[in-house]
Design a binder for this molecule. Structure first.
Ligand code: UDP
Ligand code: MG
Length: 321
């Protein structure tokens, strides 16, 4: 982005897990495009390949005043979402120590183009948050259909409007990041949390590439876990479905009981034996289901007051140049 020289420096957070084939290109492309005085925070989410060695090597050739590179090492693999939050925690701390006010999150597999950071910086100028929405994406048909259903479901049912097709790639003011860090919970879903905090947000349509090298590190299992976590953490859909099913079955069985009573009292047919038993069991189970749903509603309004474990563990932090 040509305007870059006029733009302010920012702090860029990038989580990495087994990115030995992408890390050098990522750092190089970011270095080329970013304003001097910016910082890059790489979160090593338990890499066991050459990622960290290659990163150290790249960082050694970059002057610190052009791009300061910091490595945050987690004690093991905690997963993409938690690694993002760990990076944000360090970024917010760095923002307070410097005069930088904008913090960006980007994937290191080059699906998000580092050159687009300039577009996000330009967009955030009069706003609190600028987030990329995928103008186009080069991913498999299955993935696109899955992502489409997931985002539509979230947009329809989420308690906060999670914008469709908005992923991780974004730029936030430090004050917004502070609020996010204060409100993160067990179901970490970064785009959901970012939408939830509110403030003045603007979307920026940007093209998204395919992963440069290697397979998705999150994978299908990870995506499903994320989708379930997001639907439970940011929407009432599971509760609504529960209510719908139990109310439906209660209505049906009540109708059956009523019909049987009328038939018997009217002297038409007396329903007895197994059919009677089935209807009564069905009826009692529906009543139970309704009470269970009410209980679920009550529990969902009072999330666990004890957060016993941290979401991630930072083993160490070091400056690489
Ligand atoms: N990642 C991570 N921890 C993980 C999985 C992934 O830090 O357990 C990083 C990964 O290196 C990449 C980003 O998170 O920089 C997005 O991961 P991936 O490309 O696998 O996700 P996808 O694009 O498939 O959703
Ligand atoms: Mg990716």
């Amino acid at each position: 982005m040509s305007l870059m020289a006029d733009l302010l420096p920012c702090i860029v957070v990038a989580p990495v897990f087994q990115e030995e084939s992408n890390i050098r290109d990522f750092v190089e492309r970011l270095h080329k495009t970013i304003s001097p005085g910016s910082e890059l925070i790489i979160v090593d989410d338990g890499c066991t390949d050459q990622t960290v060695e290659l990163l150290r090597h790249s960082a050694a050739s970059i002057p610190r005043d052009e791009l300061a590179i910091r490595l945050v090492t987690l004690s093991r693999n905690f997963g993409h979402q938690r690694a993002v939050i760990a990076g944000l925690e360090v970024a917010a701390k760095r923002a307070r120590e410097t005069t930088i006010d904008c913090i960006s999150v980007i994937d290191a597999d080059l699906q998000d183009r580092p050159e687009h950071i300039g577009d996000l910086l330009a967009a955030i100028e009069n706003h609190d948050v600028a987030y990329a929405i995928r103008a186009s994406r080069r991913e498999s048909m299955m993935f696109r259909i899955g992502a489409d259903i997931f985002y539509k479901a979230l947009a329809r049912w989420a308690r906060s409007p999670v914008p469709p097709n908005a992923g991780t790639f974004s730029m936030m003011r430090t004050s917004v990041v502070d609020v996010m860090l204060d409100n993160v919970d067990e179901n970490v879903f970064f785009p959901g949390l970012r939408a939830w905090v509110g403030f003045d947000q603007v979307s920026v349509p940007l093209d998204r590439d395919g992963r440069q090298h290697g397979e998705s590190r999150v994978g299908l299992k990870g995506l499903i876990r994320l989708a379930v976590g997001a639907l439970f953490g940011y929407s009432k859909l599971p509760l609504r479905l529960m209510m719908l099913f139990s109310a439906g079955s209660l209505a049906l069985s009540a109708l059956a009981v009523l019909t049987m009573t009328v038939l018997k009292l009217g002297g038409f047919v007396a329903v007895e034996g197994v059919p009677l038993l089935v209807v009564l069991i069905f009826f009692s189970l529906s009543v139970l289901a309704i009470f269970l749903t009410i209980l679920a509603y009550m529990v969902s309004r009072n999330p666990s007051p004890v957060q016993t474990r941290a979401l991630y563990v930072i083993a160490h932090e070091a400056s690489l140049n």
